[in-house]
Design a protein around this ligand. Sequence first.
Ligand code: UT7
Length: 325
Amino acid sequence: MNAKIAGVGMYLPEKVLTNFDLEKMVDTSDEWITKRTGIKERHIAREDEFASDMAVIAAKEAIEDAGLSAEDIDLILVSSVSSEMITPTIACLVQKQIGATKAAAIDMNSACTGFVSAMIIAQQFIKSGTYQNILVIGTDTMTKYTDWEDRASCVLFGDGAGAAVVTPCPDGDGILAFDMGADGTKSDVLSIPHLKFSEEDLARRGGEKKRTFWMDGSEVFKFAVRVMCEAMNCALDKAGMTVSDLDLIVPHQANIRIVDGAVKRLGIDPEKVFVNIQKTGNMSSACVPLALCEAIREGKAKQGDTIGLVGFGGGLTWASLIMKI
Ligand code: UT7
């Protein structure tokens, strides 16, 4: 058996912050942000709205879309880097809020890669026959970690959540192949500390900048273009396919130039790559599931299509999968 998508859901907070709003906050311009990132606007969670709240809304939509009820869910897997609590997990908070009384509940964190990794883990539980109905969620409130005085990073991020319910299907359908990996030697090129480090600790970790969100943008950029192609090609190889067999790729939405670079290297028609970064910004774990949900709702990913998902981010980490939907 493989895991197949039975339903999808998403949530974007109501408040929208445009590039023109950012022009009033830091020394930037709509022109720079659009040209360098492809982002025009992003959604911002309310002060009293957290990663678990957004996850609950996306989860309810996905369960309804799958024609299931919360009691049918066996496992909730949540990917996030911005849980409002260290414990309990977002997965437990979702379990309580939706009434998924029979579900096991686990959070995981592999940054922007996390939703694709969680789908791969869901596939293992379904393949082994352990669970039938798995709720997979990516949710992040990146703007709660944003340094609004740092123009290099504050223009990049937004908040949101996406969810999918996966259920068993015969071999040859659903998730056909995947690739997953990490390079911990590059752990210092993108970081968000949990703790308030002492001055000595900060010095050891590379200085004052690493007090909040910190990224070596150009290092991550080069890694992202390379790994997006390598991970996609590796999963395609394992599926016995080439890029021409794909109807659509849904990539992590970090920067339109990363997507453009990968499109060229992969040799895929740009029309076959789903992009919604212009209205969401980078929502870390939420990017891939939310883009997947929109692609399905807009009819860009249709039943019977073969699609690729690919995520990359902090860690550094990456994951890709090929699936029939
Ligand atoms: O999701 C996790 C993975 N994250 C990513 O994949 C992000 C990967 N990195 C990137 O997307 C890009 O590296 C950034 C968008 C972060 C930066 O783009 P860049 O083309 O690499 O710009 P840069 O950092 O090289 O900066 C170019 C110039 C600099 O000015 P000087 O030194 O050339 O005078 C910056 O100070 O642009 C300046 N700059 C800005 N100007 C206006 C940086 N941020 C801004 C800004 N507005 N917001």
